[in-house]
Design a protein around this ligand. Sequence first.
Ligand code: ATP
Ligand code: MG
Ligand code: MG
Ligand code: MG
Length: 437
Amino acid sequence: MRLSRFFLPVLKETPSDAQIVSHQLMLRAGMIRQQSAGIYSWLPLGLKVLKKVEQIVREEQNRAGAVELLMPTIQSADLWRESGRYDDYGAEMLRITDRHERDMLFGPTNEEMITEIFRSYCRSYKDLPKLLYHIQWKFRDEIRPRFGVMRGREFLMKDTYSFDLDEEAARRSYNKMFIAYLNTFSRMGLKAVPMKADTGPIGGDLSHEFIVLAETGESEVFCHADLVDMGAPGTDIDFDGDLQPLVDQRTALYAATDEMHEPDVFARVPEDRRLTARGIEVGHIFYFGTKYSDPMKALVTHPDGKERAVHMGSYGVGVSRLLGAIIEAHHDEKGCIWPEEVAPFGVGILNLRAGDGEADAACEDAYGKLTAAGLDPLYDDTSERPGGKFATADLIGLPYQLVIGPRGLKEGKVELKVRRTGETHELSPEDAVNRLA
Ligand code: ATP
Ligand code: MG
Ligand code: MG
Ligand code: MG
């Protein structure tokens, strides 16, 4: 992409209404634009990162054996009357009436709808287990939307639903999601700690929140410090094998959110390992048994010929919230520092004197080669002065910057800068391209 053709409305000043660094940087880097409280347009740069994050979530769901579908954003209130949640959900639900005076709503979550789909097609133990997910916009009329995409009203969520014969089988599905989540967040450069969680309005008895520690996080959490640095299991896991030991390893140490905190148990953690911190909830997994399948009559025939309600769980990831969490974890005073897997472009090419024949030719050459190598470069071919180009490149935080100007070219050199460390390498144009490609 050539910057002259792209749409990158960067801001020089930090917007005064943004309180936390991720919100400030997303606005300054031209990633999002607020349209109403908690409702954002995703500008091209933001959308690129959102799509990458979404794709990692998708790949890890698929790897764990979940199957993607897509349900609508607008749902019928009747479904929610069946589960009894239409009245319970309260003011967070955006209720809509269509022209025929039918009660509709913008889905805040999809347990009812997926249960309706399941019961329409699956009747037997032979249809189980099933793990179905979608990645779809949700709406929750949050009382205090804030911190940009961290607490939006409209936000993108990945929600998976599991269907199993009994609790034991449901735990296997739960474990698959538990492990898939660890890998998902780790691929984005995040250390997310699974913590015992309250089940909230969704109900049930087995639940973990995945928390990224950050001072600006809205949750207060308590955990054994060793959990923070325990690596992810890795993507070469056999998801059909026994995952319980991997889960046990991570649930043996103390970790709880505010609602589930037990100070007397926490006190038994060695003092130097006791961590009280704030964190961002990036994922939440629940097993809730027959909470929806009972009232909504999603029944399956067991091998003994009897019909019983199917056991369910649900598993959410805050896809759009993750962008905020990633920036909170990866930035400096100059801007974002994207981990390579989610970077909007792989490398920036900075032409320090656009219009200079030699500089243009060297940049075009690098641009062609890096594009061919699949690096998706962003080529700053504008007439902006070098200082402005450096500032923009640091702000948008691509992992590498290839800086090309007439002065260096006279010595046969270009500069390759690593955004994360700030280290620079003087190389010939060929070596620089080879180093990247
Ligand atoms: P929170 O405690 O932050 O309000 P929640 O517990 O209500 O979140 P869940 O119902 O567990 O949210 O939804 C699954 C995931 O969706 C959450 O773990 C979070 O990452 C994301 N999420 C929830 N609400 C929002 C929101 N308003 N904006 C962005 N992401 C959200
Ligand atoms: Mg909430
Ligand atoms: Mg919560
Ligand atoms: Mg939650």
